[in-house]
Design a protein. Sequence first.
Length: 113
Amino acid sequence: MADQVCRTRVVLEIVGDKWALLIVRMLRDGPRRFTELKREIEGISQRMLTVTLRDLERDGILTRTVHNVMPPHVSYELTAMGRTLREATAPLLEWSVEHLAKIEKARADYDAR
């Protein structure tokens, strides 16, 4: 049992990764191209987006499809497991949006002391 609890850290690393959760959220409405994700996720570098997408693909959260067109392009889409992760984390992301202003104020008040 203790070993299984320790192994759940792998899953918690995904859930605790801000970029992973934002990517999962961005894919909620269907496949997206790399450039769309890069443009819509403020602050993420090209390298970090690439690394995070690879990790999510490796973990079975999303699929990467290369489209054989000129010029070639790649799209990313949530797997069935990825969709369940999106459903599980949606309340956390909604909570974050709802409480962002309060958190920013609390930090400013704290820092002013």
